[in-house]
Design a protein around this ligand. Structure first.
Ligand SMILES: [Zn+2]
Ligand SMILES: [Zn+2]
Length: 280
């Protein structure tokens, strides 16, 4: 499978010369199976550019999973070009709590007066997928879902193909159990041995002490999770809106400093345009 990041920012999109390298668009990650089937994780503002690319490639069969429905994870959806093409078949999935009325939840945001085109009137065929025992098969990709610890609920996903695996665990406060969230040990088990763990590292430990309960983690606890779960690479994600490129470099360097023992995971920070090929 191949992965590409279209938005790594958290909370709100940003722009300006100080954000050019990591990018300003909010959460959106594309995964392609070995047969080139498309799975999209979250529709933050990054999904707009992905939609343009999919339109160029004439791709009409798409699966989109939402971690949750905070603005930074849905805000690109109204500007996702495939929605306006009648050839598009868009299958949606989401966190456990909203799975049954996913279209109704999204329709609350995609309707007047917030947006002129109601979701029920878009030309694309939009359907909702059902997880069975918290798993879903998308072509050759096996998707497992877990509840994250976040206000209003959130889901994490583990995607596997031919023994390779990616865990997408954004908006997850590791040291505080929000309603519906799980204990630390369960996240360690879920991430076990992953090739790439994409985890929320919104804060530094110092910032976190002032933001406890806001639903996000700091890089030191994500680093510990990555080490204890034996993942190969930790990918920092959901960058704070005030984290300039320079500050993000510094945060990454600090995180790498914590993972410098032999056998520790590698560490990188996701950015718009980041890609990784896990085939073969
Ligand atoms: Zn978020
Ligand atoms: Zn959130």
């Amino acid at each position: 499978m191949k992965i590409r990041c279209w938005g790594a920012r958290g909370s709100i999109p940003v722009s300006g010369p100080e954000y050019l390298r990591y990018g300003g668009d909010t959460a959106c990650v594309e995964i392609r199976s070995k047969n080139d089937e498309i799975l999209i994780l979250d529709a933050g503002t990054g999904v707009r550019a992905l939609g343009c690319e999919l339109a160029r490639q004439n791709r009409h069969s798409l699966t989109l999973l939402f971690s949750h429905y905070h603005w930074d994870h849905i805000q690109g959806l109204p500007f996702f070009k495939p929605l306006y093409n009648p050839k598009t078949e868009l299958r949606l999935g989401g966190s456990r709590g909203a799975q049954r009325d996913l279209k109704r939840v999204l329709a609350r945001a995609l309707r007047p007066p917030f947006f002129p085109v109601p979701l029920v009137k878009v030309p694309a065929t939009v359907s909702v997928l059902a997880f069975k025992d918290e798993t879903l098969q998308v072509d050759s990709l096996r998707v497992r879902r877990i509840a994250a610890s976040h206000p209003n609920g959130c889901a994490g996903f583990r995607i596997e193909e031919d023994g390779r695996s990616i865990v997408y665990l954004t908006d997850n406060e590791l040291s505080l159990r929000h309603r519906g969230g799980l204990g630390y040990a369960e996240y360690v088990a879920f991430c076990q041995g992953a090739d790439l763990l994409i985890h929320d590292t919104e804060y530094t430990p110092e910032e976190y002490s002032q933001r406890r309960g806001w639903g996000h983690s700091h890089y030191a606890e994500a680093a510990l999770l990555a080490r204890e779960a034996g993942v190969k690479t930790l990918g920092l994600f959901h960058h704070n809106q005030e984290r300039t490129d320079e500050a993000q470099d510094k945060l990454l360097e600090c995180c790498r400093g914590l993972l410098s023992s032999p056998g520790d995971p590698a560490c990188l920070a996701l950015f718009q345009g980041f890609s990784l090929d896990l085939s073969g």
